[in-house]
Design a binder for this molecule. Structure first.
Ligand code: ATP
Ligand code: MG
Length: 250
């Protein structure tokens, strides 16, 4: 990345979004991400643009529901991929310490170098925040049933035994496999149409850094879980997009 590309002008109307993109670019330079990470991020950005780059009411409700289910869980875990760590690693460690649960690094394209870079980054943040959150994923000893290869690798005292898993930016296959194992799967994904959003127990259609900050506010309030209707919440997100689009040229 050139120095020119690195400078984001605070007066830009979409400053926040550009700053978030910059974090992904910088994590890429540090070897934390696969080459496809920026493409996945761009897909999210497109949906965020359509949502108005804000937490819409149905997403706030979904975040509250996820907070409630994480608080209720017997064995919760936060499953983190490269983009989630790059964008909100600090916030996820804070959430894990609020819940007294581990985080588990789980990446689509697993290489020792990327795992090392992500583990190192989280350890550095743990120290910086003065936290002692358990960071799993480095020594997988169990498998997510139905997933071949390194994508199915997980840790028995983390994802494998968890009853409730928060999965930001998850691939649809993995989300479906975790649901098939009987787990409650709380998804963060800006695309209300993705397989992850549709397949999870609760789909939060919002940008991962905004969700993480909202969870930090909501978890101490100990909200109560409800009979969550995921399809209804996803439809509300889609309606928000189409309504705001049709009003745009009025
Ligand atoms: P699926 O596999 O669930 O059908 P997909 O193949 O389109 O979805 P993946 O690349 O597997 O997508 O997963 C990445 C998902 O993360 C995308 O749906 C994208 O919208 C979403 N996403 C990307 N960046 C962010 C972000 N910053 N916050 C929230 N969601 C994001
Ligand atoms: Mg996918």
């Amino acid at each position: 990345m050139s120095d020119e590309e690195n400078i984001v002008d605070p007066s830009h109307p979409r400053y926040e979004s550009l700053m978030i993109r910059k974090k992904v670019a910088e994590a890429g330079v540090k070897g934390m991400l696969a080459d496809s990470a920026m493409i996945a991020h761009g897909r999210g950005e497109a949906f965020d643009y359509l949502l108005g780059e804000q937490t819409i009411p149905s997403a706030r409700e979904a975040t509250k529901e996820a907070a409630a289910r994480l608080v209720r869980a017997r064995k919760p875990v936060l499953s983190l991929n490269g983009n989630a760590i790059a964008l909100a690693g600090q916030e996820f460690l804070t959430i894990a310490s609020q819940l007294d649960c581990p985080v588990e690094i789980n990446i689509f394209y697993r290489t020792p170098e990327r795992m090392g870079a992500l583990l190192g980054h989280l350890k550095m943040l743990n120290t910086k925040l003065g936290l002692d959150v358990e960071i799993l994923g480095g020594v997988p000893d169990a498998r997510i049933e139905g997933l071949e290869g390194p994508r199915g690798a997980c840790q028995s005292n983390g994802i494998f035994e968890a009853d409730t898993i928060l999965v930001p930016l998850e691939d649809g296959d993995r989300c479906e496999a975790l649901v098939a194992m009987g787990k409650e799967v709380l998804v963060i994904d800006l695309n209300p149409l993705s397989r992850s959003s549709r397949g999870g127990t609760v789909g939060i259609v919002d940008e991962v850094t905004r969700v993480a900050k909202n969870l930090i506010q909501m978890i101490p309030q100990k909200p109560q879980p409800t009979d969550w209707n995921n399809n209804q919440a996803l439809q509300a997100a889609l309606n928000h997009i189409t309504t705001s689009m049709s009003d745009r040229f009025a």
